[in-house]
Design a protein around this ligand. Structure first.
Ligand code: CTP
Length: 154
């Protein structure tokens, strides 16, 4: 029985997440996923749109995933690997080299990320949409004010 363990925040679940989990599930009999808790995200200086509970429910519902658990600190990975008897620790190559120290317990692999997508980019695009919309409303307001001024008696 080959178990792979992986970790992430998995906020605004997107195609990069799906492809990573799919590839890992194809390499293993069992895929377990540590999801960053809200408290751990705070430690990392991140804040997610969806709560831990929601993110964990979303990832657990993905057909490539067998089990999810919460990641609450940087130090727990060794215990998790032993607990789940994982033979491979895997993560995207944005973390290249960072987890080589886990090599003493299992194989450590870094997978190529899906190009041109990340939770950060999605958040940026959404906030830009809001900004554009606000600018549009502001400009309409100015037009209305000008029309009202032009027809009101001096
Ligand atoms: N991942 C990936 N391809 C992407 C985005 C993420 O393979 N385009 C992988 C990451 O390398 C990681 C896992 O998915 O192994 C969870 O990543 P996470 O940090 O939750 O997603 P990101 O989109 O990278 O989020 P952020 O922008 O907040 O860093």
């Amino acid at each position: 029985m080959k178990t792979i363990i992986t970790y992430g925040t998995f906020d605004l679940f997107h195609i990069g997440h799906v492809r990573l989990l799919k590839r890992l599930s194809e390499m293993a009999d069992k895929l377990v996923v540590g999801i960053s808790s809200d408290e751990f995200n705070e430690i990392k200086g991140k804040s997610s749109f969806f709560s831990y509970k929601e993110r964990a429910e979303i990832v657990a519902s993905c057909k490539y995933v067998d089990e999810v658990f919460s990641e609450d600190n940087w130090e727990q990975k060794k215990d998790d690997i032993l607990k789940y008897e994982a033979s491979i620790f895997a993560i995207g190559d944005d973390w290249q080299g960072e987890f080589d120290y886990l090599n003493e317990l299992c194989e450590v692999i870094y997978l190529e990320r899906t190009k041109d997508i990340s939770t950060t980019d999605i958040k940026k695009s959404l906030s830009k949409l809001n900004k554009d919309k606000l600018e549009e409303i502001e400009s309409s307001m100015h037009e209305i004010i000008n029309v009202v001024k032009s027809i009101s008696p001096q």
